[in-house]
Ligand binder design. Structure first.
Ligand code: HEM
Ligand SMILES: *[C@@H]1O[C@H](CO)[C@@H](O)[C@H](O)[C@H]1NC(C)=O
Length: 337
């Protein structure tokens, strides 16, 4: 009897092992699943931001120390100075590179959902996996080249640079939030999944579900979509009359005009309204939140910062190894000057 049991034991072990370690890598799931139990340091800070007990914005600012041997943030002071030159126009508003960087941060981190074992804020978009050739990424080729130049000069991780550039660009725009900025992510080893970014022809139901699988409520989606305050369209509608039209009346400023402009019927002739934005502004589940941000810059900035911190950590699992390098960002300009 014992003999018989012992002889099938290796078989049982094998069966158990194959259950415990399936061939497909396990998806990390939502960040909330990683932030349980007793937390300290950066994971605790991230949890508090996501729970809205601590703000996702910070004015903590510093200048580069003389000696750089102990500060993990040191290199980012130099990158910050470089990005300010790249993102700021002569009129002190934010420019096409800034718009591009804001969108690129989204197309890197957003190509992920809770079921994906790859993708997220992993820098894959900036690396050589060919994502820049996908149709949904049209228009991002220029800024990708600019940021690859920054990467090769300063030799930082692609994943961190994509998110740092987004956060730098938002605060470089007049009135933009100064979003808490973490570094220490791991870079990708393969391309992101190709079907997880939104399509401007999608109906609200589809968009809400797509963002829900990334950990966002419908309110979170409405906060995030406000990034179209500083946007232009060039590829969605390529008719000469519409190419280069902004998505709000003040594309160089991070303001709440986008929400007001999108609600106007008929819209201002200077702007282009994406069908997805128009539908979300009118949809039963999202209309209230869309209207709430009209004239409410501070609430929107606060909600955007919180939602973006979640976005910028999609698929990131080494939360305890991250550093907070917010202090290296330029100062915010809440009054727009
Ligand atoms: C429902 C979700 C969304 C849809 C359907 C959507 C769609 C689009 C489309 C079609 C464009 C125009 C691209 C072109 O013609 O070149 C655009 C631009 C842009 N989007 Fe979104 N987007 C969405 C959400 C977001 C989010 C969450 C962000 C946050 C970062 C964002 C940031 C931008 C920016 C900054 C631009 C301007 C890019 C530039 O001017 O170069 N979008 N988006
Ligand atoms: C919204 O836009 C309309 C039309 O341009 C304007 O009359 C109104 O004052 C704006 N409201 C706010 C709160 O900005």
């Amino acid at each position: 009897m014992l003999r018989k049991l012992l002889s099938i034991f290796p078989l049982l072990t094998l069966a158990f092992l194959s259950l415990a370690a399936p061939l497909e890598p396990r998806a990390p799931g939502l960040i909330d699943d990683l932030l349980t139990g007793v937390l300290s340091g950066i994971p605790k800070l991230i949890k508090d931001i996501l729970d809205a007990t601590v703000s996702g914005r910070s004015d903590q600012i510093s200048s580069k120390p003389l000696s750089c041997t102990v500060d993990a943030c040191c290199i980012w002071y130099d990158i910050s100075a470089e990005l300010t030159m790249q993102f700021k126009d002569a009129d002190d508003q934010c420019n096409d590179n800034a718009r591009g960087a804001i969108r690129l941060g989204f197309h890197d981190a957003g190509a992920w959902d809770k079921y994906s074992p790859k993708g997220g804020a992993d820098g894959s978009f900036l690396m050589n996996f060919g994502e820049e050739k996908r149709p949904e990424n049209n228009g991002l080729q220029n800024i990708r080249t600019v940021l690859r130049g920054v990467q090769s000069r300063f030799n930082v991780g692609y994943a961190d640079l994509a998110q740092y550039a987004h956060n730098h660009a938002t605060v470089t725009c007049p009135r933009g939030p100064r979003i808490r900025t973490f570094v220490g992510r791991k870079d990708a080893t393969q391309a992101a999944p190709s079907d997880l970014l939104p399509d401007a022809n999608d109906p609200p139901e589809t968009l809400i579900e797509l963002f829900e699988d990334k950990g966002f409520t419908p309110d979170g989606l409405i906060a995030l979509i406000g990034a179209h305050t500083t946007s232009k369209q060039r590829n969605f509608d390529s008719s000469p009359a519409n190419v280069g039209k902004p998505l709000d009346t003040t594309p160089g400023i991070w303001d709440v005009e986008f929400y007001n402009n999108t609600l106007q019927n008929p819209p201002d002739s200077r702007i282009f309204v994406l069908p997805s934005d128009r539908k979300l502004a009118a949809y039963s589940q999202t209309q209230r939140e869309f209207k709430r941000y009209v004239g409410d810059q501070d609430d929107w900035n606060e909600d955007y910062a919180k939602a973006w911190i979640r976005m910028s950590l999609n698929g990131v699992t080494n939360l305890g190894e991250l550093s907070d390098c917010t202090k290296t960002l330029p100062a915010a300009r809440p009054d727009g000057i």
